[in-house]
Design a protein around this ligand. Sequence first.
Ligand code: 2HA
Ligand code: ZN
Length: 270
Amino acid sequence: MREILNAPFLVEMMRTTANMYRLGWDERNGGNISLLLDEAELGEYLDLDHVLREIPTGFQAPALAGRCFLVTGTGKYFKNVQYDPENSLGILRLKEDGATAQLLWGFSDGGTFTSELPTHLMSHAARLEVDPRQRVVLHCHPLNLVAMTFVHDLDQRAFTRTLWQMCTECIMFFPDGVGVLPWMVCGTNEIGRATAEKMRDTRLVVWAHHGIYGVGASLDEAFGLVETAEKGAQIYMKIAHLPWKQFITDGQLRQVAARFGLTPRAGYLD
Ligand code: 2HA
Ligand code: ZN
């Protein structure tokens, strides 16, 4: 067996959580990440027949039965993941019943997975149907995106258009736009279902007055997507109260899309 703390997926998770903490996106225990693991790769580091404990998930995810995930723990701080990975993180396999998590590694103080596991697993299931390469679901509380949900219309077409207009690269990285959910109680199966429903046709879902979810093929990709949206929101929060002299027009957004071979979400450009 190889040393799991050197596994690329764990190293990358430690770096990403530390980076997100430093950006101010994950105060206290804020934020959570799940990463769908390749079983063959995981088998180089862990005995996959050795289950530490079983934890009921409280919901059904039959499409993911047998799949293994690296996930952040409930109540654990992103700030501390790099110093205490085996306590802050866990590797679990969803049992054949689709409703029980088998802990294979981590949560060493007896802890458990993120309270947002319903949203994570339901979102994985939704995105894997669209693109089987998308292995990462990442949630955090970026300052400007959350601030924007207080002063901007929550209609997702309007919200997307504003982000696209704030910097040229927004439409390049999220031509499908962002989904927006109204404020809801977090950590529930209901918000999980509502988020996963939006994930059928977008990789970014904003939770009003709370945070954002991003999806990607890698931690870098999911992180970069959220980073780009947060940059758009940051510019918006800097200029929203100032008189605008000019802005990126719909015609210009169409030119960007044509240049990079992208299809902006139907009906979002005038
Ligand atoms: O637990 O961010 O949404 C941390 C959270 C919940
Ligand atoms: Zn949160």
